[in-house]
Design a protein around this ligand. Sequence first.
Ligand SMILES: Cc1cc2nc3c(=O)[nH]c(=O)nc-3n(C[C@H](O)[C@H](O)[C@H](O)COP(=O)(O)O)c2cc1C
Length: 274
Amino acid sequence: MFHTEVCDILGIEYPIILGGMVWIGKADLAGAVSEAGGLGLLAGGGMTLDEIASECKLVKSKTSKPFGVNIPMIRPDVKEMIETSIENGASVITTSSGSPKKFTGMIQDTGCTVMHVIPSVGFAGKCAEAGVDIIIAEGIEAGGHDGFDEITTMALIPQVVDAVDVPVIAAGGIADGRGFAAAFALGARGVQMGTRFVATHESAAHQRFKEAIINIDDCGTTLTGRTTVGPTRSIKNKLTQQIQEAEKRGASTEELFDLIGEGRSAMASIEGNI
Ligand SMILES: Cc1cc2nc3c(=O)[nH]c(=O)nc-3n(C[C@H](O)[C@H](O)[C@H](O)COP(=O)(O)O)c2cc1C
């Protein structure tokens, strides 16, 4: 029942994707997800070209199954990131944060698959026109950066499914079998999860970040950047409060990005400053 066309396109057993997660989605996690039959993605966003090459090699030492790399289109070296990923064995490129149009043909010409992450029906249509193989529709429940229109996964998935002819993967707020089944009921042909995979032994997240995810309740996350640099879902803490206060007093984009950048010390660094 759960073997879908997404499995055939990606060459995987289960239509479960590890979302690219900057600083967290490294070889141990990507390799484990692929080896278990899903699709592991390395988070290219926080990596240099050399790191992408070495992490790809490390994934290949852990599994012979397909894996991919997530590449944010805002990086100036997107072309080189794609080339490095494919040369080192990735068979899937997930593009996010910008239009995939310029690079879709280049990736597909090498025999690799392109998936793109979108937050609304309008962007899904543009992606389909750009020729991507699979669309990942991500609702506002998702951890990390979200769409300005704040559409929920429940409302977004059926509308995207109706609007495009390519298979749709659901993302945002899916953490167990119930969410997986719900995504299929909405018409998705697979799921992408992020937060749930942060709290695994294999993720590169700091132990305190993993524990914080396990321990928060339904009110434990918040959105920053809603009217400024873009909605971002994080665990509520002093830093998110500081960012929200800075937004209220009209802080510059530069100041906001500086504050947001400090999130790294909570997520993956040796401090684990939750
Ligand atoms: C800590 C964290 C970092 C993330 N970094 C990225 C990223 O670098 N690129 C990207 O496309 N998505 C990123 N995401 C989004 C995930 O790939 C995924 O789509 C999202 O987490 C799904 O929603 P969920 O967290 O509710 O499972 C990130 C998510 C989290 C939680």
